[in-house]
Design a protein around this ligand. Structure first.
Ligand code: CU
Length: 668
């Protein structure tokens, strides 16, 4: 039990403890399921964003207190990949106010798996890496021992249960409430959950109120499985998420409504043949609506409405097999997406006509992908993994008005464009207890995102430029080297890891002085262009030590550096950041004292509007107690009420000041 607990307390080192047929890639797993509230020193009822912050190479860009944008290895969403059980979802905001992670709740998820670089390309082309969110499900109950399907419990007969939870946070008066219920039978299982959150404006250090920072969120999900026959299952999942009145204090606009409906159906077969263990085929559809406006802002030069929406339909079919010395995976996947965003500007002069533009001109994306992964176990100690992927990518501007608008800048532009995207990666792992060494080489490509290719006057409030897409962009290509070494003995563990990306035809906005702005007050217009190359280095040192069965310490140092040929430093690169936490836990009680901080940011991108983020230090304190009827988690974040902002805070908007929180969970 204690060993299990420690494992969950330090998800960062959990990868080293898997059995010898585990994948060679350096993935990191965050356990999100609320079933074991002692598992993490952070808030049990924290947001998905709270859970993802600081997991492996993931950091979160903050534009307010809601819907943070994951950065993987210092690269923002166009270069990364976020999937929900393999499902692709496109955010519907031209300003990245709705990353995929904002449309799920902690009750929907069991875990999040973070892959760095090409090791995360099983779900499609990526450069930075991927985050795969896994649905939480109770699964079937099994009579015979040795259940073989993932997600199955070892319960003997049908069972029912659930939990109710509630939470409160003093700083922004956030109220959290919800429940989850499950039924688990031999032939049928079902999980239902609901979560509600409502928060007012938060206060930065010194009780300074940050205006336009409230949010309200509702989320409901259902997942159910039916065992058609031995080793054959059908599974269906539905998530509906709705956020209203979400404030983005770092941006000039807020969100009236952000809504997503995500549905999928899956056929799963185990023990297909002697060499094939698993065959899964999924069909899915999701629809995202994002209603952005400035109706709540008192003083704006011009009123704007900017709604956006995306629709995505897709599938995947995955085969997995293993023999004693070889395991493999093959995935055929595809999706089609439609993205449309518009902007209407209402003049303050009476009688003057409003102006209408398509900021995403009805762009459709068709994507088909074949992926193969092989892991060879040469000896008990050495394993080699090889991944290959090939994708066809097609974009088409569906709206003629939008196409004509873009043709003002690109008269010869055709309506559609097809690309092929290749990727390959190899890695070697050598385990010789207590030491594990990893080394990998990889190459990958990505297509420009919808904004980069076809965006029309998208205002970036960080550098205050209007951005125009470029349909002639070439694929961005990344060559990657990664290495890790870890040592683990007698309760002590240390892991040093690093990745280096050499990115060719790096896509970035560059000022075009001949163009005039659309947004009032904008500094100019930037067109997406490509640098010959850019370089990003990401490093991480993690340590933990268990002094006694009750007391343990963990520490972490992270650092990133990025620069582009002819463009100086890249934006959003992590200065030296540290975490040091002292934890105490018994089966019944747990407590942790954490110090988080960073040195001053030395290398920043003035061209992107960055100013050097200052050094800071914050202390958090939390505790958990397990009673007979319920579990209580309480704590104080930012104990000393520091006023600070970090390199991921958009426009250097300050973070939350002192915050006392309570989480109560009752399982039954
Ligand atoms: Cu938006």
């Amino acid at each position: 039990m204690t060993r299990y607990l420690i494992l969950l307390l330090f998800p960062a080192i959990a990868w080293a403890q898997k059995d010898s047929l585990a994948p060679v890639s350096l993935n990191e797993v965050v356990i999100i399921s609320q079933k074991s509230p002692l598992h993490k020193a952070a808030k049990t009822l924290g947001s998905v964003d709270d859970y993802l912050t600081g997991t492996g190479p993931v950091n979160m860009i903050r534009r307010g207190n809601y819907a943070w944008e994951p950065l993987i290895n210092g690269m923002s969403s166009e270069r990364g990949l976020i999937t929900l059980d393999g499902m692709r979802i496109y955010g519907a905001c031209t300003d990245k106010m709705d990353p995929v992670t904002s449309y799920v709740e902690i009750t929907n998820l069991a875990k999040a798996t973070v892959h760095s670089g090409q090791s995360g390309s099983a779900g499609g082309a990526t450069i930075a890496g991927s985050i795969d969110l896994s649905r939480r499900k109770t699964g079937f109950s099994v009579k015979q021992s040795g259940g073989d399907a993932p997600g199955e419990t070892s319960r003997g007969e049908a069972s029912r249960g659930g939990m109710v939870f509630t939470g409160f946070e003093t700083n922004n008066r956030q109220k959290i409430a919800g429940f989850s219920l499950f039924h688990s039978g031999e032939k049928l299982f079902a999980d239902v959950d609901f979560t509600f959150r409502d928060a007012e404006n938060y206060r930065a250090g010194g009780k300074r109120e940050i205006e336009f920072s409230p949010f309200t969120k509702y989320n409901v999900s259902v997942i159910s499985g039916w065992k058609i026959a031995e080793h054959r299952e059908l599974e269906a999942s539905l998530i509906y998420d709705r956020a209203v009145h979400v404030g983005y204090p770092a941006l000039p606009m807020d969100v009236g409504r952000a809504e997503a409906l995500m549905a999928s159906a899956e056929y799963i077969r185990h023990h297909v043949s002697g060499s094939v263990d698993l065959w899964k085929t999924k069909l899915y559809h999701n629809a995202v609506t994002h209603i952005m406006d400035d109706s709540r802002r008192p003083d704006v030069p011009i009123r704007m409405d900017m709604p956006g929406r995306t629709r995505t339909t897709g599938f995947y079919s995955l085969l997995e097999g293993a023999s004693p010395r070889h395991s493999w995976k093959m995935n055929l996947s595809g999706h089609t997406n439609y993205s449309l965003a518009e902007m209407t500007m209402f003049s303050n002069t009476p009688g003057e006509k409003e102006m209408f533009m398509l900021t995403w001109p009805g762009v459709s994306t068709q994507y088909l992908d074949l992926y193969r992964e092989d892991t060879f176990h040469f000896t008990g100690k050495t394993a080699v993994a090889l991944n290959l992927g090939l994708a066809a990518h097609h974009n088409r501007v569906g709206n003629l008005f939008g196409l004509e608008s873009l043709r003002i800048f690109y008269p010869a532009m055709s309506q559609g464009k097809t690309r092929t995207l290749k990727r390959i990666s190899s890695s070697v792992q050598h385990r010789n207890h207590p030491l594990t060494l990893n080394f990998g080489l990889a190459y990958g490509e990505r297509a420009p995102g919808v904004s980069e290719g076809y965006g029309f006057y998208l205002f970036n409030s960080f550098d205050r430029f209007d951005y125009i897409g470029n349909p002639d962009l070439k694929n961005e290509k990344s060559a990657e080297v990664n290495a890790a070494a870890s040592f683990k003995r007698n309760g002590f563990s240390v892991k040093l890891s690093g990745a280096y990306f050499h990115i060719l035809d790096y896509i970035i906005g560059k000022p075009d002085l001949t163009l005039s702005t659309m947004t009032i007050g904008a500094s100019g217009v930037k067109i997406y262009e490509q640098l010959p190359y850019a370089q990003i280095m990401s490093t991480d040192l993690e340590m933990s030590y268990r002094f006694t069965p009750q007391w343990s310490w963990r520490g972490r140092l992270s650092y990133q550096r990025g620069s582009g040929k002819g463009a100086g430093n890249l934006p959003l690169m992590q200065p030296l950041t540290y975490v040091s936490g002292l934890a105490f836990s018994t089966g019944k009680y747990a407590a942790e004292l954490t110090l988080n901080g960073a040195a001053q940011q030395k290398y920043f991108s003035a061209g992107f509007g960055e100013t050097p983020a200052s050094a800071y230090r914050v202390i958090h304190l939390s505790g958990t107690a397990k009673f007979r009827l319920f579990q209580l988690k309480a704590g104080v974040e930012n104990l000393l009420d520091a006023y600070y902002s970090t390199y991921t805070d958009w426009n250097r908007i300050p973070r939350m000041g002192r915050n006392v929180f309570f989480n109560v969970i009752r399982s039954f």
